[in-house]
Ligand binder design. Structure first.
Ligand SMILES: [Zn+2]
Length: 98
């Protein structure tokens, strides 16, 4: 899991998750107060990990199973939610440099 680049204080899973849900809100280290923002590659990974399985499900599985549109949409949201739970293990944050 991501650590603070300055003091090596580990960020919590919840902290990282809420940052992702809050459209990549910067995370402030609880110990030293340094602001960390998600790096560009991670944003890309997050989008791919969420969009690709959702689109794949919507286009391949849902029509095959004969699911109605609202159910397909609900399941896509559910899939995206489940995937987002593991995202804190993949994303990388870095100290904002100005
Ligand atoms: Zn720190």
């Amino acid at each position: 899991m991501q650590k603070c680049q300055m003091c090596k204080n580990a960020f919590g899973w919840k902290e990282l998750l809420f940052s992702i849900w809050g459209s990549y809100k910067p995370i402030e280290c609880k110990k030293c107060g340094k602001k960390h923002t998600i790096n560009f590659a991670s944003k890309y990974v997050v989008s791919l990990l969420i969009i690709f399985p959702s689109v794949f499900f919507g286009l391949v599985f849902a029509p095959d199973w004969g699911l109605s549109k609202p159910i397909t949409f609900g399941l896509i949201v559910f899939i995206a939610f489940l995937i987002s739970l593991v995202l804190p293990f993949f994303v990388k944050y870095e100290v904002k440099t100005k």
